[in-house]
Design a protein around this ligand. Structure first.
Ligand code: FES
Length: 265
């Protein structure tokens, strides 16, 4: 009797249908793609605009720290570099926050699903013939996220400084002011810190590579808090990105004179 030899196990379900799911699985990637497209287009416009990014003591978070000599003089103009005049101040520094967000675990999932469709959702066939994952080039580069974390911390320090300076009156420069711009910049700094601290890399830095939590009670406590925040990392990613966008928009409109000269600005 002839024995039939089985071939190698197939790694994927052998079904013709794109998916057997009946729930609206396509909604989430579509909403994500639409939201990200709108925000990225606005941020690109604002980064290249090179105008209306400073209003008195307020500076747009997209332009801070302001490194170019073309920066409008402000409290937040640091390290003015003469050879970067052909770039907008926002484009000079965009690599830091962009690299942090682009390599973020949540955003990776978001754009892999929404734009690259790799896959669009769980149990949905992807259009690509091969899956190489993040263990080889080019996607292995995503591992630089742990280094961008430290760059993001540096940016947060600058933006926190901007939030403190926002307590100066944008017209007179006197301390003690509190307007809508102050509120926007303070909330912006807080949200960016929460987004950064809830990062997976931060969680690993705090509690990773430890054999005994009992011997490191402080790190264990910090890791516990960060782990709780990490559960909401997606929400923090969206809220902080949206708030950065709204803060730039507010300062842009204030600088353009749209709100007049009220004390509440
Ligand atoms: S995982 Fe999202 S910022 Fe690190």
């Amino acid at each position: 009797m002839t024995q039939v030899t089985q071939g190698p196990a197939k790694t994927r379900a052998q079904i013709q249908a794109k998916t057997l799911r009946t729930d609206p699985w396509y909604r989430s990637p579509r909403v994500t793609a639409t939201g990200l497209t709108i925000i990225v287009l606005y941020l690109l416009f604002a980064s290249f605009a090179n105008t209306d990014y400073i209003f008195g003591s307020y500076i747009s978070p997209l332009y801070s720290p302001c490194l170019a000599t073309t920066c409008t003089p402000s409290d937040s103009s640091f390290f003015l570099v003469p050879w970067l005049t052909w770039l907008t101040p926002a484009i000079i520094i965009i690599g830091g926050p962009l690299g942090f967000r682009f390599t973020c675990y949540y955003y990776r999932k978001a754009y892999y699903r929404s734009f690259w469709r790799s896959p669009a959702a769980c149990a949905v066939a992807e259009p690509h013939a091969r899956y190489r994952g993040e263990s080889r080039l080019p996607l292995i580069i995503q591992n630089v996220h742990r280094y961008f974390f430290w760059i993001a911390i540096a940016f947060n320090i600058f933006l926190t400084y901007d939030a403190v300076v926002a307590f100066k009156n944008p017209y007179t420069g006197a301390w003690g002011h509190f307007g809508v711009g102050t509120l926007m910049l303070v909330v912006n700094a807080i949200l960016l810190w929460i987004y950064s601290v809830s990062c997976h890399a931060c969680r690993h830095i705090t509690g990773g590579r430890l054999k005994h939590f009992s011997k490191h009670p402080v790190r264990y406590k910090a890791w516990t808090v960060i782990s709780r925040l990490n559960n909401y990392h997606m929400q923090f990613a969206w809220v902080s990105l949206t708030w950065v966008t709204l803060t730039d928009l507010y300062i842009r409109l204030a600088a353009a004179g749209v709100f007049g000269h009220g004390r509440w600005i």
